[in-house]
Design a binder for this molecule. Structure first.
Ligand SMILES: Nc1ncnc2c1ncn2[C@@H]1O[C@H](COP(=O)(O)OP(=O)(O)OP(=O)(O)O)[C@@H](O)[C@H]1O
Length: 374
């Protein structure tokens, strides 16, 4: 898919701007603090209704204004889809094809994006919360069912944690209600765990080939979904539900002492193994970067497989962080198939000759100008 046109109104430091993008590589060049990341953030927000770098929507609205508007046109193989997203002090409103969506989850999925920023290179090195966030974000874009279940799970988990705290403080004593909450956590949690295991299997298939190419066949990448339920239950929602419910029921007293839920997908992790060894603990910096890059590139292929369309790729200042070899792999993998937005302060650290006919935009003080091709 291609984001053909984007309109920003009072979004961050953009007052009012309409821009037409190219289907290939769009390079956004500018000095620091001019609005390059804000532009990528706008594309990301138009896709997912929220920012990739803040959870506070107020930050997205221009400081001097009360509302912001993003709109755009997405070209898929078959349709041209108008999208609109309004940020107001009362919340967000989203339209697809000019029709207001009552749930944001029915809006997400029209425009699929993958963002790759320097902090993503730390996917392997960081704590498990980063990898859980990665799974939820990417799988949520590919499956509205996953998005729905993870929302249900968050709500059930919050309620159960609150109730455990009340039991701990002896403000409540009803264990039957705890079981009702345990059942809700186990039901949506089981859906999430089985879906994650399935998606990871698919993603691993793509990532293995890419990793093997980048490492010139010297390394084999494998994924391990690290979850509290036994591996042989992972193909059945009912089996995972029973296993999770049993864990929650058996450990009620411990959980009341903790005042929080200790079992479920919010405690899971994803482990990357290179040649059989955990790359987080034993991998070199280079192996960790290759793993992160392989996973990101694999996502592109998986999204195409799952949705029938390539996503839009956002590369936020990431090329200069990669050596020539990895830059070459990245650029050859995406060119001529994935619409790409790439920010940089200068093209000098980038193997420019690797980019076929880039469309260059100069960004300064929240304005953007397309460079004429010579
Ligand atoms: N809500 C807002 N309203 C108005 N301006 C804002 C708002 N949020 C951020 N800015 C301004 O946007 C600019 C930062 O833009 P951005 O993060 O896109 O920088 P950048 O061009 O990517 O720079 P760098 O190369 O340093 O990452 C800053 O000048 C900041 O003051």
């Amino acid at each position: 898919m291609i984001l053909k046109e984007l309109h920003l109104h009072n979004f961050r430091n953009y007052e009012d701007l309409t821009v037409e993008f190219a289907p290939g590589v769009n390079v956004l060049i500018g000095e620091n603090a001019q609005g390059k990341t804000n532009m990528l953030e706008a594309v990301y927000a138009l896709a997912l209704t929220r920012s990739h770098r803040t959870s506070n929507d107020r930050e997205l609205i221009n400081w001097k204004q009360h509302e912001a508007l993003l709109s755009g046109k997405v070209q898929t193989k078959t349709d041209l889809i108008p999208l609109e997203l309004r940020f107001t002090p009362k919340g967000k409103r989203a339209k697809v094809n000019h029709l207001e969506q009552s749930k944001l989850s029915s809006y997400v999925g029209q425009l699929n994006v993958i963002v790759f920023a320097p902090e993503d290179l730390a996917l392997v090195k960081s704590g498990p919360a980063v990898r859980r966030h990665f799974m939820d974000l990417e799988f949520g874009q590919m499956s509205s069912k996953y998005l729905y279940n993870s929302g249900q799970y968050r709500t059930a988990l919050r309620q159960r944690n609150e109730y455990l705290k009340q039991l701990r403080a002896r403000k409540q004593s009803d264990r039957v209600f705890l079981q009702v909450l345990s059942d809700q956590v186990a039901a949506s949690g089981a859906e999430m765990i089985v879906a994650r295991a399935g998606f990871l299997q698919q993603l691993e298939k793509w990532a293995q080939v890419i990793h093997s190419n980048i490492s010139t066949d010297k390394e084999e990448l494998k994924f391990k979904y690290d979850t509290q339920v036994s591996e042989d239950t992972l193909s059945s929602v009912e089996d995972v539900y029973q296993a999770l419910l049993a864990l929650l029921t058996k450990n009620e007293d411990r959980e009341i002492d903790h005042g929080s839920t200790l079992y479920g997908p919010h405690r899971d992790d994803l482990i990357f193994l290179v040649n059989g060894k955990n790359v987080q603990t034993y991998g070199s910096q280079g192996q960790q970067r290759t793993t992160a890059l392989s996973v990101k590139l694999a996502e592109i292929d998986l999204m195409k497989e799952q949705t029938g369309e390539y996503p839009v790729l956002l590369l936020d200042d990431v090329l200069s962080e990669l050596d020539d070899d990895r830059q070459t792999h990245l650029l050859t993998a995406i060119q001529d198939k994935v619409q790409t937005f790439l920010t940089t302060t200068s093209l000098s650290g980038i193997a420019r000759q690797l980019i076929n006919e880039p469309t260059i935009f100069n960004i300064a003080h929240g304005t953007l100008e397309r460079e004429e091709t010579k």
